[in-house]
Design a protein around this ligand. Structure first.
Ligand code: CA
Length: 224
């Protein structure tokens, strides 16, 4: 899951970025509206966390421009407690949710989970794939109901493949979901993660489609 964080307060931005990375999200952080809009136009994100008071172009303008271009990224607006009118206007302009500053980190994380779930059309944190179950909230994976220890990137990779089950994902698409733009990526890093996943889980789970990418077959069921 790639999150674009738009926040010009350096302390808050640093704290949020760190917390989101710890939760397993890939985070790109920008401090002004123009950069935020450019980033959204350049590449897909799963969620935009948008502070309304941004330099160069404020959050409301970013939101308006996004919706005018029909970029369908879910948006969580962060706004100051006294800016009640902009809050209401923010939702009218196409934000999916908003949070008042100062907010509780756990509350923010819960809202983010809800929005990213909604974005892929699921209502549960648990995904089941035949012998496999993923808990997206706690980042746990179970094989035949037994917990399997995965690294952060292995989990993210598995999640991305499972969410897109039945669709082939290219190496570039998978790398984009795992790494930020500033991360150094070894050319065979993805293959190494796939190799580990097959070994820790089971080899047939992830299919290689030669010259195209990787695929988890569509056996997705969602528990109630
Ligand atoms: Ca601000």
């Amino acid at each position: 899951m790639r999150i674009l964080l738009a926040e010009d307060d350096v302390l808050l931005g640093e704290g949020l970025q760190e917390a989101l990375i710890l939760q397993g999200y890939v985070v790109e952080w920008f401090k002004d509206g123009v950069s935020v809009l450019r980033a959204l136009e350049a590449s897909p994100f799963d969620l935009l966390v948008l502070d309304l008071g941004l330099p160069r172009m404020d959050g409301m303008e970013v939101l308006g421009s996004l919706r005018k271009q029909q970029l369908a990224v879910p948006v969580l607006v962060l706004t100051a407690r006294d800016a009640l009118s902009s809050r209401v206007a923010g939702l009218d302009a196409g934000a999916d949710d908003y949070l008042l500053k100062p907010f509780d980190l756990d509350e923010l994380l819960a809202r983010i989970r809800a929005l990213t779930r909604r974005a892929v059309g699921r209502t549960s944190n648990r995904m089941e794939f035949g012998r496999l179950a993923l808990d997206l909230g706690n980042h746990q994976v179970f094989l035949d109901e037994k917990a399997v220890a995965l690294s952060r990137r292995e989990f993210l990779l598995l999640k991305e493949l499972c969410i897109n089950s039945g669709h082939i994902l290219s190496k570039a698409q998978l790398e984009e979901s795992l790494y930020g733009w500033s991360d150094e990526v070894e050319s065979n890093a993805l293959e190494v993660h796939i190799h580990h996943l097959r070994k820790k889980l089971y080899p047939e789970l992830i299919r290689t489609v030669r010259g195209v990418g990787y695929l988890v077959d569509n056996v997705k069921t969602v528990s109630p």
